[in-house]
Design a protein. Structure first.
Length: 121
């Protein structure tokens, strides 16, 4: 049975998917797992770009802004997993970028913050 943290994460990802679809993104994958651990929450396409999306949700702010949980270590891990995905999908000969979608609040009242090109390595 998933814990509260997992339920919040799943809810945040669902909100992020609906948000991205409303902005014209095409969802290619969800919860893509890397060969050496870790996952990319959402892989999408916007125009001719593949977008690797990290979703962070927060309910209380007790641990600071959700954005702060996308550490350099996490960014490096996402970059490795994205490289694996690109190698597995050579048909995606296109540009790519890393976005972050933050879902901050509760199910009844929340804010979405979308950071395009959230980080570079």
């Amino acid at each position: 049975m998933p814990g509260r943290k997992q339920k919040t994460g799943d809810w945040g990802e669902e909100v992020a998917v609906r948000y991205l679809l409303s902005k014209g993104f095409q969802i290619l994958e969800r919860n893509y797992r890397g060969e050496y651990g870790g996952e990319i929450d959402i892989i999408a396409r916007e125009g001719n770009q593949v977008v690797f999306v990290e979703v962070k949700s927060g309910r209380t702010g007790a641990y600071g802004p959700p954005e702060e949980r996308i550490t350099r270590r996490k960014q490096r891990q996402l970059y490795k997993i994205a490289g694996q995905y690109i190698q597995e999908h050579p048909e995606l000969k296109t540009d790519f970028r890393f976005d972050a979608v933050i879902v901050d609040g509760t199910r009844n009242r929340f804010e979405i913050r979308h950071y395009r090109n959230a980080f570079y390595l």
